[in-house]
Design a protein around this ligand. Structure first.
Ligand SMILES: Nc1ncnc2c1ncn2[C@@H]1O[C@H](COP(=O)(O)OP(=O)(O)O)[C@@H](O)[C@H]1O
Ligand SMILES: [Mg+2]
Length: 419
């Protein structure tokens, strides 16, 4: 039996907004798993709690080893608390809050184009209108140049998409099939800073690659469907080579920007994946949209949180782009570059250590997770989320539908792992 002096509790914090369903599962599964991991000379167990929004003293220390953060992108106090805990207290957080704050869709396009990724041709336009400021008038009169949107439209080609440079949730996104459509989109763009991007027209597959640490899941997505049917349940819809490309693309993006948890959208045309939206460092994790994939998200999230907490994984405080650019400038095909980027990514994410750790320590966590998904607790957590979003008369029907998809997925994953 371990002595008292060799015991250690690692603290996992959940920094949450309206994440109703998955945190319930996260906490209960972790508790039910009763992990006691022998790490070196210590026996490590885990405590999990939700991070409160409250005043904090800058020098006050931080009890958490790891924080899973879902607030940084819009809640300033929490973001700044996280920054202080990384800078002062050695906190590991996913995702890197500086990177979430500053690497928008636009800058993620720029960096990945520089690495050779086939992002469709994209142009940035000056804003249609601006928030009034003292110096605005002078600045625009002196420096704003007239431009011809028609010419820009022709240079990008149609159809094209006009969308905010730092967008999310499809806000302000519109498709233009001709010059009139493009002009109309610009007229309505108001204070949004916009891109015009060539559409990946005639694509035969839309995928989302979700990365949680070194774990990646490729999901077929149908953007035209209602929200709860966009993430399809199809598996095996692309070749192993295609899957490798998307896994490597996702890991490259995530490690370049210091995002442990991110989603990358890409459209395939003529066998090439064109990434179109990959700065999503707070991916949708709600049972009503990802349903069938929800248990993969949760179990993967738990495994990565436990691994980072148990091993004291160091938070990379700086992003280091240099090795990626060193590969980018080599005279080799993009497919070879991508393999090189992915090697850096796997190393940074300790992919091999993580695999070995899971095999050695995390079987009880997986078992506790699968038992939870099959328990009434899933029904309760799902119902809470569904009741928050759906009209009362639809709550039963949709709760049951999502629960059935989760359980189907757990059965499928168990079969997969045995085969
Ligand atoms: N270049 C493009 N080609 C084809 N479809 C696109 C393109 N850009 C955006 N879309 C469509 O518009 C949706 C929203 O655009 P996206 O860049 O993902 O914005 P958001 O960050 O708001 O999710 C995408 O999911 C896709 O369906
Ligand atoms: Mg998107």
């Amino acid at each position: 039996m371990p002595t008292a002096s060799t015991r250690r509790t690692r603290h996992i914090g959940l920094s949450l907004g309206a994440d109703i369903c998955w945190p319930i599962a996260f906490e209960e599964i972790l508790r039910n798993a009763k992990l006691e991991l022998r790490i070196g000379k210590e026996v490590v167990d885990f405590a999990c709690e939700r991070v409160a929004i409250q005043p904090f003293e800058l020098g006050a220390g931080c009890k958490y080893d790891v924080v899973v953060d879902r607030l940084t992108h819009w809640f300033t106090l929490q973001r700044e608390w996280i920054k202080k805990a990384v800078l002062m207290d050695g906190l590991y957080v996913y995702n890197n809050p500086w990177s979430v704050q500053s690497y928008t869709k636009h800058s993620s396009y720029c960096a990945m184009i520089a690495l050779g990724m086939p992002v469709p041709k994209t142009l940035m336009l000056p804003q249609k209108s601006y928030e009034p400021k003292d110096d605005l008038d002078y600045t625009l009169r002196a420096y704003a140049r007239m431009f011809d949107l028609g010419e820009i439209g022709r240079s990008v080609g149609y159809p094209s998409f006009m969308k905010p440079y730092d967008g999310g949730g499809w806000q302000g996104v519109s498709r233009a099939d001709d010059e009139a459509g493009l002009r109309d989109a610009y007229e309505h763009s108001d204070r949004y800073l916009m891109h015009v991007q060539k559409a990946v027209d005639g694509s035969d597959l839309f995928v989302r690659a979700i990365g949680i640490g070194p774990q990646v899941r490729i999901i077929k997505y149908v953007a035209e469907n209602p929200l709860h049917e966009r993430y399809t349940t199809e598996r095996g819809f692309c070749s192993a080579a295609d899957e490798r490309t998307m896994v490597d693309t996702c890991l490259t993006i995530n490690t370049f920007f210091g995002w442990d948890f991110n989603s990358c959208e890409a459209l395939r045309r003529d066998g090439v994946f064109y990434p179109i939206d990959f700065a999503n460092p707070c991916p949708d994790s709600q049972i009503n949209s990802i349903h069938y994939h929800w248990p993969w998200y949760l179990t993967s999230n738990l495994k990565w949180a436990v691994f980072t907490a148990a091993t004291g994984r160091a938070m990379p405080r700086n992003l280091d782009f240099t090795p990626y650019y060193a590969i980018a400038k080599q005279d080799i095909p993009y497919s070879e570059k991508l393999k090189g980027y992915a090697r850096i990514a796997r190393e940074r994410l300790q992919a091999d250590e993580f695999d070995a750790f899971c095999k050695k320590h995390l079987r009880p966590l997986e078992e506790a997770a699968n038992a939870w998904y099959r328990s009434d607790r899933l029904m309760e957590a799902a119902r809470r989320k569904v009741a928050h979003l759906f009209p009362a008369h639809e709550v039963d029907e949709f709760t049951e539908r999502f629960v059935a998809l989760v359980r189907q997925s757990v059965d499928d994953m168990e079969k997969e792992s045995k085969s």
